[in-house]
Design a protein. Structure first.
Length: 337
């Protein structure tokens, strides 16, 4: 063999060995998102059922639990990368050490959060002197504050009974309280539990008071921004599937199955939730103070004031830095017309 051929053969062997020595690329770990039984969050099961996240090129594991444990999992710092959460609760989570940034608005409550009373209470004014079961410092407590202010009452006019939201239907049925605060589907359980029970105030009276969305850790956002953009990019497809008369029935059936409800029951839950498109959501994120509750920032400032007043946390939060519209903006900027 000529020296030239020997040299070429030796080069080929060295190249082959080098290629063998290169380890295969390590696949990114699935993003983990904690979620619970709220229509704007259960809607993600539509994407999971249809494989849309994989189609978008991202692996995501959704971790199902009750709302409280989902926040605990996020607060643990190493169990999940993101959480589907109400904007006021996201502020609380940050204040208590689990910093987060909301990168997507999924919806706002449009009737699913309720103050429910027995047949003896006809209006908000009739709550005077009554006992109300709800979770101190939680969403329904905020809703009640607004409800009372709209009827010239204050918390001093009622007696609050601190109760985890999931336990309010049983407390209501026991007769120990005259009214409760709860969200769907727990609110539906309460309405069934007491004959003549009805809502005397809901978020339909204050749309935009409570927004919901996807919040993630700052570290995960910095390290895997492109993956989070892929996650968000699927959301409009979910909303279209829910709004389309042709696919709406299948969408609701999918959500009801995840929730353990029937399709007719879940249809009512969906009616009390306004699902935001990406375009609608980013407008809420960027809206100024003049928009009132049409602005996520104004909603957040109200929640922040409520949390401080009720000692949910001690230090005021930077509401303006609690959400980031730029991921959604990038998706919309590159979307096909």
């Amino acid at each position: 063999m000529s020296s030239a051929r020997k040299l070429l053969a030796r080069f080929a062997v060295v190249t082959l060995l080098a290629l063998v020595a290169i380890p295969p690329p390590v696949a990114a770990a699935p993003l983990k998102i904690a979620y619970s039984d709220w229509p704007g969050w259960v809607a993600w099961d539509i994407a999971l059922k249809n494989g849309w996240l994989k189609t978008a090129g991202v692996e995501v594991e959704f971790v199902w639990s009750e709302y409280g444990p989902s926040m605990e999992a996020f607060a643990a710092g190493n169990k999940v990368d993101g959480i589907l959460i109400a904007n006021g609760d996201a502020l609380t989570t940050s204040a208590k050490g689990a910093k987060n940034v909301m990168i997507l608005l999924t919806d706002y409550s449009n009737g699913n959060d309720m103050i429910i009373a027995g047949p003896g209470v006809k209006s908000l004014a009739d709550l005077k002197g009554k006992k109300i079961g709800l979770e101190f410092g939680a969403i329904e407590h905020l809703l009640l504050t607004y409800a009372l202010s709209n009827s010239d009452l204050t918390e001093a006019d009622v007696t609050l009974v601190n109760t985890p939201t999931s336990q309010t239907p049983a407390l209501f049925a026991s007769g120990q309280v005259d009214a409760i605060g709860a969200w769907q589907p727990v609110a539906g359980e309460a309405l069934k539990a007491v004959p003549g029970a009805h809502a005397v105030y809901t978020t339909n009276d204050e749309p935009g008071l409570i927004y919901d969305g996807l919040a993630v850790t700052p570290q995960s956002l910095a390290e895997r921004r492109d993956d989070w953009i892929k996650v968000i990019s699927v959301w409009d497809r979910i909303v279209r599937y829910l709004r389309n008369p042709i696919t709406r029935e299948h969408a609701i059936a999918t959500m009801a199955a995840r929730s353990g409800s029937t399709a007719p029951e879940y249809t009512r839950f969906i009616e009390g939730t306004y699902f935001l498109t990406l375009q609608e959501g980013v407008r809420k994120m960027n809206a100024k103070g003049s928009a009132g509750f049409g602005s996520l920032k104004i909603s957040g400032l109200v929640a922040n004031d409520f949390n401080l007043k009720n000692a949910v946390y001690k230090n005021s939060q930077d509401v303006g830095a609690s959400f980031d519209p730029t991921l959604t903006e990038k998706i919309l900027a590159t979307a096909k017309p």
